[in-house]
Structures are given as structure tokens and as C-alpha cells.
Design a protein around this ligand. Structure first.
Ligand SMILES: Cc1ncc(C[n+]2csc(CCOP(=O)(O)OP(=O)(O)O)c2C)c(N)n1
Ligand SMILES: [Mg+2]
Length: 334
């Protein structure tokens, strides 16, 4: 059944320390990606980037519903996912630079990075391709007799690919501990979701697999946390997967080299402005200020600390060595 997430409210029940950690991780994603973008534009970073600025709440709210030993899988827009799970910025930035000290020793880069230290099993440029990996992680937990859960991030575009259906089907019939989190940012490159699907909501597709489908405001970190927590508890208890759809928005273009004018032809300035008016960091900080959990000054202090972290990450990455040629032959299957 498709249902709106219940209005249980972790903002009222969570420790102040944890609530501030949510803000900190959202700011880490934003400032990390803003810096990466600026470095790319100055040709100091190789390759290109798919940034998730605007989507920080659904990422952090979902990741922080996990235990440290749980897993996640990403897609092509996945710097934020390991940050949401708690990875340090320095090895992540070094990975974007292709340096030996990166989370994949410089061989993954922006679009193929994994961060095993925090249970991030990987990302890929092939849309939908990590969804079966998430199912495999769930099966592995089952076979090893652990109660670990795998959180599977994917986009609205991926929900139209074969692996989506195969993954939900297998996870459902085997009741595997997987939470499928659709980051519905409304577009697959320039194609609007409404033009690409007969259903209005991705979560409606849960019905086909007889699993719960939930829709949540992806700009509200607390709502996402609450919704995903219910799904994680269900998965951990052996009751099987859930499809959670977070309605969100990317401020940036699909990838940072796909600038198409301002506004681009496929979305209006009014639409972009309406989503920017519901900025996830702003929504969370106003809420915490209102309930007395964090003042505007405390938020600014956290922002300054994160800026220092990002500076240090860039220095670390720039000063790190590139991989030795021999490393090409390591960590590969032949
Ligand atoms: C199998 C496959 N088909 C098409 C593409 C081209 N492609 C790259 S990203 C993308 C859109 C993905 O949209 P979505 O899943 O909504 O994720 P978002 O970029 O919005 O985060 C497409 C079609 C690809 N990389 N792989
Ligand atoms: Mg999308």
C-alpha cells in the first residue's frame, strides 16, 4: 500500500548531539560538492561530477537511520551517500582527485567510488546496476546470520530499468533485508518523471511486489529519517523490503558539464525557485531553532567547522601522490 510517512518526529526525541550531526552531515555534502564543483571549473579536478546539492535531507535522513555495520549502495550521484554514512572528507576528496589516498586508492573517482569503511558498497555509471548488488548484500546478511540491512539508493529514472523490477521482485519473495530508497528528483537527465511513467508515484510500484510503499517529503531530514527507520526495523526483523520514495530536487544540472542555460529549457525558473524556497538545510535549521535544539549561531559554528574540514580535505588531496603504475594490476579480477 502507498502511504504517506507517519508523523512520528525524531526531532522531538533524538539527542541534540545526533540532531546536530544530521545538520553537520548535510552541510558536509553541500560544502564538499560546492568546492568540488569550483575545483572542476578551474580544471583542478579530473573527470566530471554529478552533484546532489538540494538532496541532502533524503540522503542524511536515510543514512542516519542505519547502524554503523549496515550497508548502502549508490548510483552515479553518490558523493553524498558515504558522507551521510559518516565517511571522512579527506579520502573522499582524494578519490575525486584520483589520488592514492582515496577511498578506492584513486581508481574509482567521482562516479565509481566505494567506501567500505562505512559500508558503502559502491556506485556506478550504469543506471540501476547497483540495485542487484544491494539485494546480494541483503542475501549475504541472511546467509551469514547477521541482522544487517542494506539501503539501496536509486533515482526515478532507474525505476524504469529492468534491475529495479528484478531486484524488488527477488527481495520481496525472499523477504531480504533491503530498503529501496528512490531519490525522486523529478528528472532523469532532462526527462521529467511525469512523461516517463504511467503511475504518479514510484512508490505505487510496491504493490506489484506486495511490499509496503511509502512517500516522504525528501526535503525534511527528520521525516525521511522516521520513514526509513520504520523500513529498516521491518527489514531487520526479517519481514522483508520496503520501497520508500523521497520527493526531492537537484538544484544543479544533471552533471556539471551539462549546463543548458539559466533556466535550462526542460524546467522553469519558477519551479527551481519553488524548490529552493524549501531548502533542506534551511528547513532543518529553522526547525531545530524553533524547538530549542540548535540556535542560528550554533549552525554557523558547525558551518565554519565543516568549511575547515573541506579546506583540509582539499589540501590532503592535493598533497597526496598519484597511484603507482603497478597499482593498475592490483584489486582487479582476472
Ligand atoms: C543503463 C543506463 N541507461 C542510460 C544511462 C544514461 N543515464 C545516465 S544518468 C541517467 C539518468 C538517471 O536518472 P535517475 O535515475 O533519476 O537519477 P538522477 O540522475 O536523477 O539522480 C541516464 C539515463 C546510463 N548511464 N545507464
Ligand atoms: Mg532523477
Amino acid at each position: 500500500m502507498v502511504s504517506k510517512a507517519k508523523n512520528v518526529d525524531c526531532a522531538e526525541t533524538m539527542s541534540r548531539e545526533r540532531l546536530r550531526e544530521m545538520l553537520r552531515r548535510m552541510l558536509r555534502i553541500r560544502l564538499f560538492e560546492e568546492r568540488a564543483y569550483s575545483l572542476l571549473m578551474k580544471s583542478q579536478l579530473p573527470g566530471f561530477l554529478h552533484n546532489s546539492i538540494g538532496q541532502e535531507a533524503e540522503i542524511v535522513g536515510a543514512c542516519m537511520a542505519l547502524r554503523d555495520d549496515d550497508y548502502l549502495t549508490g548510483n552515479h550521484r553518490s558523493h553524498g551517500h558515504p558522507i551521510g554514512k559518516g565517511v571522512s572528507l579527506a579520502p573522499l576528496m582524494a578519490e575525486l582527485y584520483g589520488k592514492q589516498t582515496g577511498v578506492c586508492r584513486g581508481k574509482g573517482g567521482s562516479m565509481h567510488l566505494a567506501a567500505f569503511a562505512v559500508g558503502s558498497l559502491g556506485e556506478s555509471g550504469i543506471v540501476g546496476s547497483l540495485m542487484p548488488v544491494a539485494v546480494g548484500a541483503g542475501l549475504s546478511a541472511r546467509l551469514r546470520g547477521t541482522d544487517q540491512v542494506c539501503l539501496c539508493f536509486f533515482g526515478d529514472g532507474a525505476a524504469n530499468c529492468g534491475p529495479f523490477h528484478e531486484s524488488l521482485n527477488l527481495a520481496a519473495i525472499w523477504k531480504l533485508p533491503v530498503v529501496f530508497l528512490c531519490e525522486n528528483n523529478g528528472y532523469a537527465i532532462h526527462s521529467a518523471q511525469a512523461q516517463m511513467m504511467a503511475v504518479q508515484h514510484v512508490a505505487q510500484r510496491a504493490k506489484a511486489y506486495d511490499i509496503p510503499g511509502t512517500i516522504v517529503d525528501g526535503q525534511d531530514v527528520f521525516a525521511v529519517h522516521d520513514s526509513v527507520s520504520v523500513a529498516v526495523a521491518r527489514a531487520r526483523a526479517g519481514e522483508g523490503p520496503t520501497l520508500v520514495e523521497a520527493k526531492t530536487y537537484r538544484y544543479c544540472e544533471h552533471s556539471e558539464f551539462l549546463g543548458m542555460g539559466d533556466p535550462p529549457p526542460y524546467r522553469s525558473a519558477a519551479e527551481i525557485a519553488s524548490w529552493r524556497a524549501r531548502d533542506p538545510i534551511q528547513i532543518a535549521s529553522v526547525r531545530l531553532d524553533t524547538i530549542g535544539a540548535m540556535s542560528a549561531q550554533e549552525l554557523e559554528a558547525i558551518r565554519s567547522e565543516v568549511e575547515v574540514e573541506v579546506d583540509a580535505a582539499v589540501t590532503f588531496a592535493e598533497q597526496s601522490p598519484v597511484p603507482e603504475p603497478q597499482a593498475l594490476f592490483e584489486d582487479v579480477f582476472v
